[in-house]
Design a protein around this ligand. Structure first.
Ligand code: COS
Length: 395
């Protein structure tokens, strides 16, 4: 039986996240977007009420919520403001590889940092010349005694300027392609870590996106996550876990745009009636509603598979692709429903349209999601494979 009913606990967390988005995020969202204000005050409040680090298990100080519940939170925060929501949720991306492959010592130390105080961590995979093509990365990690020495530059790093530690992917075998990549936890205060540049963005302007470079950064060998040269799979497994959350954030943006469009369509009078009475507008509203609903269902399925311990690669890409593209389409349509006013910053929907664009880009573009989907569909054997976890590093 397929049951879409949420548990009482899930409903309560959803209500808490919605209330937070309505009272703490929405009143500041448009100002923070305009001024590209870092939402430190909101991060501290979200931490206090328990809306951050939802995925970190209780033994490391987190609430240990399941993936579906995490998605409920992400949808509400995305509804409030996806720029601020991304700042609040990014610890999930940085800490997933630690949870999958870190030693007990590393988990306790680095996950504990995030749950004890409102601290942040970032995921450093992308490079200026290695975006979709992860295995072409140039950052290197060379083993010297009981340390690795890391050199390279990572770009588009969410929360990069404010992170206390980074999950960094680097080549440990330059000639081995994707089989020569390893992942490390790098503390921000390690010598040689430099925040180079904060990006000025089209959308999600309240979130921080930075370029980080590593100059002869020595990290202890115990900071290696999992086995040497198994970092590529670790990155892919991480993205399988986090893409449902990105999809949920996209659903939140789409839902916000849909709600604004419905409200405006009922108020705006043209040809003597509210524009909601015109079939041209009704069809747009109907399509928006369907896209929000369908994107949410895919998102919940992708998260539920994870909660059941099943491989979710295919559905995570379905969800991320469809929700991101839907958010883009729905926000463009919301601007259209507002007509000329939609193009004016005084009205709420142009921000949502700008914010939606990144959903089609980060954590794998919509084209990369299609590539993953095509491979999973055309090579069905892979769908049946159990989720493969790299062996955890010893403490
Ligand atoms: N889980 C576990 N293992 C996986 C996997 C997954 N979801 N996806 C791929 N792998 C494994 C493959 O099985 C293969 O294993 P072998 O070494 O045993 O052969 C290996 O990883 C390489 O896979 P593949 O051949 O598919 O790698 P490609 O170089 O073709 O890259 C894509 C695949 C394009 C899908 C990958 O590079 C990708 O996701 N790119 C986008 C990156 C991204 O999202 N960046 C955003 C950064 S975060 S903002």
């Amino acid at each position: 039986m397929v049951d879409f009913t949420l548990t009482d606990e899930q409903k309560e967390i959803q209500r808490l996240a919605h209330e937070f988005a309505e009272k703490e995020i929405r009143p500041k969202a448009w100002d923070y977007d305009r001024d590209a204000t870092w939402p430190q005050d909101i991060i501290e409040k979200a931490f206090e009420v328990g809306l951050m680090n939802s995925h970190i298990p209780e033994e490391y100080g987190g609430p240990g919520l399941d993936y579906l519940t995490g998605c409920l939170i992400e949808e509400e925060l995305g509804w409030g403001c996806s720029g601020i929501g991304t700042s609040l949720m990014c610890n999930g991306l940085a800490s997933a590889p630690v949870l999958i492959a870190g030693s007990e010592e590393i988990k306790k130390h680095y996950l504990g940092m995030l749950t004890e105080e409102p601290k942040l961590a970032s995921f450093c995979l992308t490079e200026p010349d290695a975006g979709s093509d992860v295995s072409s990365m140039r950052t290197t990690a060379v083993k010297k005694g009981d340390h690795y020495v890391i050199n390279g530059t990572k770009c588009f790093i969410t929360n990069g300027s404010h992170a206390s530690w980074y999950t960094v992917y680097a080549k440990t075998d330059k000639d081995a392609g994707h089989r020569g990549i390893s992942a490390f936890v790098v503390p921000r205060d390690a010598d040689g870590v430099v925040v180079d540049k904060k990006e000025d963005k089209l959308g999600q302007r309240a979130s921080d996106t930075a370029m980080i470079s590593f100059h002869d950064v020595a990290v202890p060998a115990k900071n290696l996550l999992g086995e040497e040269n198994k970092g590529f799979k670790l990155a892919m497994m991480t993205l399988d876990r986090t893409r449902p959350g990105v999809a949920a954030m996209a659903v939140g943006i789409a839902r916000a745009a849909f709600e604004f469009a419905v409200e405006y369509a009922k108020e705006r009078i043209q040809f003597g009636v509210p524009i909601a009475m015109h079939q041209a507008i009704q069809f747009m509203i109907a399509d928006m509603a369907t896209k929000v609903e369908a994107a949410r269902l895919l998102t919940w399925k992708a998260a539920s598979l994870l909660d059941q311990g099943k491989r979710n690669t295919l559905v995570a890409s379905h969800a991320k692709r469809f929700a991101a593209d839907s958010a883009m389409e729905v926000t463009v349509d919301a601007v259209q429903v507002y007509g000329g006013y939609g193009f004016i910053k005084e009205y709420p929907v142009e921000k949502l349209m700008r914010d939606a664009k990144i959903m089609q880009l980060y954590e794998g573009t919509s084209q990369i999601q299609r590539l993953v989907i095509a491979r999973e569909v055309l090579m069905p054997r892979r769908i049946e494979e159990p989720q493969r976890e790299p062996a955890a590093a010893s403490a």
